[in-house]
Design a binder for this molecule. Structure first.
Ligand SMILES: [Zn+2]
Length: 879
C-alpha cells in the first residue's frame, strides 16, 4: 500500500482511524457494509481505452466490461466519481444491444445504469463512453508539472488507493472484485507510456500520436491499476526472469541506478521467501517529480510509483538517511507485490494485512541485505510511534470497521503500519523464524490471485508452527491498546532470579481504567544470561531466570508492551546500562521515557539513562537519545529558560559526539555515522548550540560545497531557514524559485515553512496559498509551518479552508486540517477543533479531530505535571 510521507512519519503519532474502545471481534466484512456496491453483478474483465489531453486536463475514455449478472435485476450500479457519461450500452449473449439510462450519485461515488427490462442472470458486456478530469493533486489520473532544459513539461500518473480508480474508470472499486485489465492509451508524439504490464503494441497515427497497448494484467483489484504518460528514461536489468526497471523523467535515468541495484537484490530474496516467484514479466518503479501530503510511494502491481525524493539518488541533495530510505521504500513496495497485490485483503478493515506486513517484510529484507544499516533502531522507532498513538483513548484496533471513503483514508496511520509491523515482529519471534516463513508461504500459495481476511494468515501460521498463535494474535489485532508488564517481584533464590509479572494496560490519558487483557509473550534474561520465555495469561505470569545479575524483561525488544520495574531493579539496570545489549539499551530508554511522561514513574528516569550513555555507544542509541532531548526541548515550547536548560545539557552531551564524527565524512566510517552526523547537526542547531549554528551559517554564506551540494545540504539549509531573518528568507525563496530540478525545488520550498520567526511563518503561509510551487508542495509548506506554529497555521487554514483543502485529495481532507494542530499546547485549540468538527466533519469522519484533541490534552498534562521534575533534574545536571 502506499507509504506515508516523511513528514507524516516524522510526526509519527499522527493518529487517525476509527476508534473503538471495545474489542472489534468481527473479522470478515462483505456485502453487509452499507456503502458497498450491490452484489447483483460482478466484473469478469475490463478493456479500457483512454485519450488524455494534458493541456486541458481532461481525458476521454471508452470501456468494455465483461460482467456476470448474479441475480435478475433491471439495473447495475458501480463506482464512478467526477466522470461524465456519454453513452452506456449493454450487449447480451445474442448480441442484442440495449441502451441504459444513467444516473449518478455524487455522494456515494456511484453510477447506476437502468435498463428497460429485467436482465436475467448470465454474462453481458457493458460498453461505456465517458470523460473525466486530470487532477493537479495525486488522485485518480493526475498531472505533475516540472522544469526541464527544454522548458516546462507535464507528465501524467495515476494514484488509485484507496478508492480512486473510480475517477479514471467506471468500475467495481472494491478490493474483492478482481478482474484482468486490458489498457490502451493514446500518447502525443515523443511521449512514452508505462502500465502494469509490458507494452504489447505501439501504433503511430497520422497526426504523430501513438496508440500504446499493454499486455493483459493478471486478475487484480482496481486500486492496483496504473498508467503514466510523459517523456521518460527507463533503465532496466534482468533478474530471475523478471525485467526490473526504473522510470524517470528524461535525463535522470542514472539517478535511478541506486534504486535499480537495490531492487535487483530484493527480488530474489522475496522470490525465495514467499516461495512463489514474482508473477509478472516486469517490475518498474516510476519516479514522479514533486510531492504529496499523504503518501510517498504506491505499490501498483508491476508499476510502483514513487515521488522522486524516495527513488532518485541525486548527489546534489540526497542524504545518507534518504539514500537508505530509497532502498527501504522499494523493499516495502516490492513486498506488496505479493502481500497486497497477489493476495489482497477482501475489504479495507484488513488494510493492516497490506501495510503492517509490507512494513515488516521490507525491514526484514533490509536487515538481511544491509545489516550494516542496523535495522534495530527502525524497529524500535516503529514500535514507539505505534505506542504513542495506541496509548491514547482515541486509538483503534489493528483490524477495524471501515465504511466510508474518509475512514479508508484515515486508516493509513501508525496503528496500521507500525503496530502491525511490531505485532508481526513479536509473533514471528514467538513461533520461530522458520515456522513463520512456512506459514507465510502456505498462505501465499493458497490464496494467490484471491482475497483474504486476517484469520486466513493466522490459520496458516498456526498450522505451520503447530503452536496456538491465533489467540495471541487476536488479543493484539482485535483490541486496541498497549499492555503494561509490571515486574511485581524479582528475588535471587539459589543463584536464579524468580520473577512474578502482572499485566496491566499502559495508558497516557486514562491510566485508572479497567485494563484490557492480553496473552503476552514475554522474553526475560539477566545481564549476560540465557533468555527464558513465558506467556503471561489471565493477567499474571512467573518465571525463573538463571543468574542474579540485573533483570531484563522484553530482552531483545521484540515484544509489543511496556515494562515497569520496581525501583530497586530499575536502579540496578541504570548501574549496568553501559553493559546491556544495544537493543535493550534503546528499548529501556524508550520505555522509561514514555512511562515517565505518562506518570507511571519518575519523569527523569530516561534522563538518568541518557546521562549514563558511554561515549562509545552505538549510533542508534545516540540517535534515540537525541530524539528524546529534541522532544524535551519541544515540550518547553514558549518557555525560553526551559528550552535553554535543555539546550545547555544537550550541547554538553551531544556536541562531543558530533566533534568525534566531524562535519565531513571520515573514510571508512559506518553508514549510520553519516545518519547520526546529520541528526546531531539538526538537533544541536535547533537548540541554538553556538558552534553548530555558526558553522552552518558560515558554510551557507561562504558557499561552502557542503551547503551547495551533497548529503548535508538539506540539514544545513534547514538550520539556515529556521533562524532566517527576512533578507535571508527571501534569498532562500529566490533559490527555490530559480531551482530547475524538481527534487531539489520541492526540498527548498518545504524548508521555507520551517522558519521560527512568526512574521516569516505567516509569509510562508501566504506563499503556500498563492500555490506557485504546485498543490503538493504548497500543502507541504503549510505542514512544515505547523511544526513550530500550529495555532497560527490552524487559524490560517480555517480562514482559507477551501483553498487550503484544494491542495489535498478529497478523501484525505478530513485528516489534513486537524493534523495541523497536532503540536499545539493551547487549551483554546481544543475548542477550535470541537467547533471545526461540528461544522465540517460528519460523525463518522471526525476521528482525526478527536485524536488531535486527545494529543493536545496530553501535551498540556505533560507540561503541567511532568516538566517540573525535568526542570529540577536539568538544573542539578549543570543546566
Ligand atoms: Zn505500503
Amino acid at each position: 500500500m502506499r507509504l506515508l510521507t516523511t513528514w507524516l512519519s516524522l510526526i509519527s503519532i499522527f493518529l487517525t482511524g476509527l476508534v473503538s474502545c471495545r474489542p472489534v471481534r468481527r473479522e470478515a466484512s462483505g456485502p453487509e457494509v452499507p456503502t458497498q456496491l450491490p452484489r447483483t453483478a460482478r466484473p469478469m474483465h475490463y478493456s479500457i481505452s483512454v485519450v488524455p489531453d494534458a493541456a486541458t486536463l481532461r481525458f476521454t475514455g471508452s470501456e468494455a466490461i465483461d460482467i456476470e449478472v448474479l441475480q435478475p435485476t433491471d439495473s447495475i450500479t458501480l463506482n464512478a466519481a467526477a466522470l461524465e457519461f456519454q453513452a452506456v450500452t449493454l450487449t447480451d449473449k445474442a448480441n442484442k444491444n440495449v441502451e441504459a439510462r444513467t444516473s449518478v450519485d455524487a455522494d456515494k461515488q456511484s453510477a447506476t445504469f437502468k435498463f428497460p427490462s429485467v436482465l436475467s442472470s448470465g454474462n453481458y458486456r457493458l460498453a461505456i463512453n465517458y470523460t473525466g478530469a486530470i487532477n493537479l493533486h495525486a488522485t485518480g489520473l493526475f498531472a505533475l508539472d516540472y522544469d526541464s532544459p527544454e522548458g516546462r513539461k507535464r507528465a501524467l500518473f495515476t494514484q488509485f488507493e484507496a478508492p480512486d480508480a473510480r475517477r479514471f474508470i467506471p468500475c467495481w472499486d472494491e478490493p474483492n472484485y478482481r478482474a484482468p485489465f486490458d489498457l490502451r492509451v493514446t500518447v502525443p508524439a515523443g511521449q512514452e507510456a508505462i502500465g502494469n504490464m509490458p507494452q504489447s503494441s505501439r501504433t503511430q497515427k497520422p497526426d504523430g500520436s501513438s496508440e500504446i497497448v499493454f499486455a493483459t494484467t493478471p486478475s487484480m483489484s482496481s486500486y492496483l491499476l496504473f498508467l503514466a504518460v510523459g517523456e521518460f528514461d527507463r533503465i532496466t536489468t534482468m533478474v530471475a526472469g523478471t525485467e526490473i526497471g526504473v522510470v524517470t523523467k528524461k535525463g535522470d535515468g542514472e539517478k535511478g541506478r541506486w534504486a535499480l541495484e537495490g531492487a535487483a537484490q530484493i527480488l530474489p530474496y522475496y522470490n525465495n521467501y514467499f516461495g512463489v516467484p514474482y508473477p509478472l514479466p516486469k517490475l518498474d518503479n516510476i519516479a514522479g517529480p514533486g510531492s504529496s501530503q499523504f503518501f510517498g510511494a504506491m505499490e501498483n502491481w508491476g508499476a510502483i510509483f514513487s515521488f522522486e525524493s524516495l527513488l532518485l539518488n541525486d548527489p546534489a541533495i540526497t542524504s545518507e538517511e534518504r539514500r537508505q530510505a530509497i532502498f527501504k521504500v522499494a523493499a516495502h513496495e516490492m513486498a506488496h507485490q505479493w502481500f497486497g497485490d497477489l493476495v489482497t485483503m477482501a475489504w479495507w478493515n484488513d488494510i493492516w494485512l497490506n501495510e503492517g506486513f509490507a512494513s515488516w517484510m521490507g525491514s526484514k529484507a533490509t536487515g538481511v541485505i544491509h545489516p550494516e544499516w542496523d535495522p534495530l533502531l527502525v524497529r524500535i522507532a516503529s514500535r514507539e510511534s505505534a505506542m504513542n498513538q495506541d496509548s491514547l483513548s482515541t486509538t483503534h484496533s489493528i483490524v477495524q470497521n471501515i465504511t466510508t471513503v474518509e475512514q479508508i483514508s484515515q486508516a493509513f496511520d501508525a496503528i496500521t503500519y507500525n503496530k502491525g509491523q511490531s505485532v508481526i515482529v513479536m509473533l514471528e519471534d514467538y513461533v520461530g523464524e522458520n515456522a513463520w516463513r512456512q506459514g507465510v508461504r502456505d498462505y501465499i500459495a493458497t490464496y494467490r490471485f484471491k482475497n483474504t481476511v486476517t484469520d486466513n494468515l493466522w490459520n496458516a501460521v498456526e498450522h505451520a508452527a503447530a503452536k496456538p498463535v491465533t489467540a495471541i494474535a487476536h488479543d493484539f489485532t482485535l483490541q486496541p491498546g498497549v499492555p503494561l508488564i509490571r515486574v511485581r517481584t524479582a528475588e535471587c533464590v539459589d543463584g536464579n532470579t524468580k520473577v512474578t509479572l502482572h499485566q496491566e494496560e499502559f495508558s497516557r490519558d486514562t491510566p485508572k481504567k479497567e485494563p484490557l487483557s492480553w496473552r503476552v509473550p514475554v522474553i526475560a534474561s539477566t545481564l549476560g544470561g540465557a533468555e527464558v520465555r513465558t506467556l503471561v495469561t489471565g493477567g499474571s505470569g512467573d518465571l525463573t531466570v538463571s543468574g542474579c545479575e540485573p533483570l531484563i524483561i522484553n530482552s531483545g525488544q521484540t515484544g509489543y508492551y511496556r515494562t515497569l520495574y520496581p525501583s530497586p531493579q530499575l536502579e540496578r539496570l541504570k548501574g549496568a546500562y553501559s553493559k546491556l545489549k544495544a537493543a535493550d539499551q534503546i528499548g529501556l530508554l524508550a520505555d522509561n521515557w514514555e512511562l515517565g511522561l505518562a506518570g507511571y514513574e519518575s519523569a527523569v528516569t530516561a534522563l538518568d539513562l541518557i546521562d549514563a550513555i558511554p561515549g562509545e555507544a552505538t549510533d542508534d542509541l545516540w540517535s534515540r537519545a537525541t530524539r528524546i532531548l529534541d522532544e524535551t526541548y519541544d515540550l518547553y515550547e514558549a518557555d525560553r529558560p526551559g528550552q535553554e536548560r535543555v539546550a545547555r545539557y544537550a550541547s554538553a552531551k551531544l556536541n562531543p559526539i558530533l566533534k568525534s564524527l566531524t562535519w565531513t565524512a571520515i573514510p571508512g566510517e559506518k553508514p549510520n555515522d553519516a545518519v547520526l552526523r546529520a541528526e546531531l547537526i539538526g538537533a544541536l542547531g535547533k537548540f541554538g548550540d553556538a558552534e553548530v549554528v555558526a558553522e552552518a551559517n558560515r558554510r551557507y554564506s561562504t558557499g561552502d560545497p557542503s551547503a551547495v551540494s551533497g548529503p548535508l545540504r538539506t540539514t544545513i539549509l534547514q538550520l539556515v531557514a529556521l533562524q532566517a531573518d527576512a533578507a535571508r528568507w527571501e534569498h532562500l525563496l529566490d533559490q527555490a524559485r530559480e531551482q530547475k530540478k524538481p527534487l531539489v525545488r520541492t526540498a527548498l520550498y518545504r524548508l521555507l515553512g520551517g522558519v521560527r520567526d512568526t512574521a516569516l511563518a505567516q509569509r510562508a503561509l501566504e506563499l503556500a496559498l498563492a500555490d506557485e510551487a504546485g498543490p503538493g508542495n504548497s500543502s507541504q509548506i503549510i505542514g512544515a509551518v505547523a511544526v513550530l506554529h500550529p495555532d497560527l497555521v490552524f487559524d490560517f487554514a480555517l480562514q482559507h479552508r477551501e483553498k487550503v483543502e484544494s491542495f489535498v485529495d478529497v478523501s484525505s481532507r478530513s485528516r489534513y486540517l486537524p493534523r495541523l494542530a497536532w503540536r499545539s499546547a493551547d487549551p483554546a485549540m481544543i475548542e477550535k477543533l470541537e467547533d471545526y468538527a461540528q461544522r465540517f466533519m460528519t460523525p463518522q469522519s471526525r476521528k482525526p479531530a478527536d485524536i488531535t484533541i486527545s494529543m493536545i490534552r496530553d501535551r498540556i498534562r505533560v507540561r503541567q505535571t511532568r516538566l517540573p521534575d525535568i526542570t529540577q533534574w536539568l538544573a542539578a545536571h549543570g543546566s
